[in-house]
Design a protein around this ligand. Structure first.
Ligand code: ADP
Length: 448
C-alpha cells in the first residue's frame, strides 16, 4: 500500500513527546512490511540533512529518502523556520492555527498528487486535513485519524477559519461550544478513528476521560479502534541488559553524582504536566525520600512543578537528582540504570516509558489507566504474568503505598530477577501493531 502519514512531530527530526516516537516507528515498521510510506512534517528550524524535492505554489517540499519504501517529506515555508515546534520559552507561538491548517492543506494536496491509498492523520494539528479532504476532494482517498492525546484539542475562534483556503463556513458543522475544535473536526470527518491503546479507546467514551468530546466519540463508536503503540527496539533495547544491569546502575549513579550504593534507584522521565501525576507525587515526595532510596528525575514542563521540585531537592540533597531539561542521552541512562520507573499518570493514552523500562529490566510502577493498564500487570495480583507494580486509585496514599511495595520487593533479589526477566522478554515491537494499522487502512479503503 502507498501510505501518507502526517504529524506535528517525528523522531528523530522533531520531538516533544511520545507522538514523535509513535508515528516514526509506525512508519518504519510499515515500510519494512513492504508498504511505500511518505511521512509529512513541517520543516522546522532544527531539521537538517534534507534536500529540495518539489517546488509548489507558495511553499517547497524537502525530502530525506531513508530507503525505497520510506521517504520523509518536509513542508518548507517561513512560518515553520523557527527554533521550536509549538513555541519557545514555555510560550506557544501565536500563529499555531495558521501553522497547522496550512500544513494540513499541503499534506492533503500532496497526498492526492502522489496518489496514495490512504492518508493517516495524527492529533489535532492535522485534524483539519480530514475536513479539507472532504470538501476539496470529496474524500476519494480514505483518512484515518489517530488520537494520541485527547487533552490537546486545538481550539480557536470561529473567525480564524477565514485564514484557511476553504474559509470559515466549512467549520460550521463541526464547532464545539461555538469554537473551532480541530480534534473534533478530525474525529467527525475521518473514515475511521483510533487511539493508542484498547483501554484508552474505551475510557474516552466516558465523561471522566472524554475531555468534553465523549458524545462526539460515542457517535463514532462503530469506527473507533484501539491499537497499542509499539516501541522502536533498535533505539531502546541493549543486548545482555540482565547481566549488565548493575554496571548500568553504577554508571547512572556516578553520572548524577549519587553514592554508588545498593539501594533502590527510582527513575522518572516525563513532561512535567498535570496529566502525569505530579500533584500526587509531590505530595508524597518527602515521605518517599525519607526512605533509603535514590531518585533521578528528568523532565520539563509546567514552571509550577519546576519550582516545587527544586524546593524538594533542597531538602533531600544526595538522594534526588533533578534534571529539568530534555535530554535523550540521560533518558537512556535512566531507562537502563534505574531499578524502578515511576508513571503515576492521571490518564495515559498509551505511554512509552513503561515499555522502554520493561525491556531494560527496569520495573515500572504505574497507575491502572489507558495503555499502562494494557501493558503492566501487578506482580502480586497476577503471579504468573505480573511484570510491575500497579495501583488504581489516583491518590498520593496509593502511590506512596506502591513505592513502599517497591522498596520491599527490592529486598527480594529472586523476585526482582523474575520480574526483570519477564520485562526483558516482552515483545513491544511495532510489527504486530503495524499489522493492525494495515487492517484498518484496508477496512477504510474498502468502505469508500
Ligand atoms: P507523552 O507523549 O505524553 O509525553 P509518552 O510516555 O507516550 O508520553 O512518551 C514520552 C516520550 O518522551 C518517551 O520516549 C520519553 O522517554 C520521552 N521524554 C519525555 N520527557 C523527556 C525528557 N525530558 N528528556 C528526554 N526524553 C523525554
Amino acid at each position: 500500500m502507498k501510505i501518507a502519514i502526517a504529524a506535528s512531530e517525528f523522531f528523530p527530526f522533531a520531538k516533544v513527546g511520545g507522538l514523535a516516537d509513535a508515528v516514526s516507528s509506525l512508519a518504519t515498521a510499515l515500510a519494512k512490511r513492504g508498504n511505500e510510506v511518505y511521512t509529512f512534517l513541517p520543516r522546522y528550524g532544527m531539521i537538517k540533512g534534507d534536500e529540495l524535492f518539489l517546488k509548489k505554489d507558495g511553499y517547497d517540499v524537502h525530502i530525506i529518502k531513508k530507503n525505497d519504501n520510506l521517504r520523509h517529506l518536509f513542508i518548507k515555508h517561513p512560518i515553520y523556520d523557527r527554533e521550536g515546534i509549538y513555541g519557545e520559552k514555555g510560550k506557544d507561538y501565536p500563529d499555531m492555527f495558521e501553522r497547522f491548517t496550512f500544513f494540513s492543506e499541503c499534506v492533503i494536496d500532496l497526498s492526492y498528487e502522489l496518489g496514495v491509498d490512504v492518508i493517516h492523520l495524527n492529533d489535532w494539528h492535522t485534524g483539519y486535513g480530514s475536513l479539507y479532504s472532504l470538501k476539496k476532494y470529496n474524500k476519494k482517498i480514505p483518512v484515518l485519524f489517530t488520537i494520541h492525546n485527547l487533552a490537546y484539542q486545538g481550539v480557536f475562534p470561529f473567525e480564524f477559519g477565514d485564514k484557511t483556503k476553504l474559509g470559515k463556513d466549512v467549520f460550521k458543522d463541526y464547532l464545539h461550544h461555538n469554537m473551532i475544535n480541530l480534534m473534533k473536526t478530525g474525529i467527525l470527518c475521518s473514515d475511521a478513528v483510533n487511539t493508542v491503546s484498547e483501554t484508552y479507546a474505551k475510557e474516552i467514551l466516558t465523561k471522566e476521560y472524554g475531555e468534553g468530546l465523549e458524545e462526539v466519540l460515542n457517535s463514532r463508536k462503530d469506527s473507533l479502534f484501539g491499537i497499542i503503540n509499539g516501541i522502536d527496539e533498535e533505539v531502546w533495547r541493549v543486548p545482555d541488559i540482565l547481566t549488565k544491569k548493575d554496571e548500568y546502575k553504577k554508571e547512572l549513579q556516578g553520572f548524577v553524582g549519587f553514592e554508588k550504593k545498593d539501594v533502590p534507584l527510582f527513575g522518572l522521565i516525563s513532561r512535567l504536566v498535570d496529566q502525569k501525576g505530579f500533584d500526587i507525587l509531590l505530595k508524597c515526595m518527602d515521605d518517599f525520600l525519607s526512605m533509603d532510596v535514590q531518585f533521578v528525575l528528568l523532565g520539563t514542563g509546567d514552571p509550577k512543578y519546576h519550582q516545587e521540585i527544586e524546593k524538594i531537592g533542597e531538602r533531600h540533597k544526595g538522594k534526588i537528582s533533578i534534571n529539568l531539561k530534555f535530554d535523550e542521552e540521560l533518558a537512556l541512562k535512566i531507562y537502563r540504570g534505574a531499578d524502578f520507573f515511576l508513571m503515576p499518570s492521571r490518564f495515559e493514552p498509551c505511554g512509552l516509558g513503561q515499555m522502554i523500562s520493561l525491556i531494560n529490566a527496569t520495573i515500572p510502577i504505574v497507575r491502572k489507566t489507558g495503555g499502562l493498564a494494557d501493558t503492566v500487570k501487578d506482580f502480586e495480583n497476577d503471579i504468573e504474568n505480573g511484570n510491575g507494580i500497579v495501583f488504581s486509585e489516583y491518590s498520593e496514599k496509593e502511590l506512596f503505598n506502591s513505592i513502599k511495595r517497591a522498596v520491599e520487593l527490592y529486598k527480594n533479589k529472586d523476585k526482582m530477577k523474575v520480574l526483570r526477566e519477564r520485562g526483558v522478554n516482552s515483545d513491544f515491537s511495532w510489527s504486530r501493531s503495524a499489522g493492525e494499522y494495515e487492517k484498518i487502512y484496508k477496512f477504510i479503503k474498502e468502505k469508500i
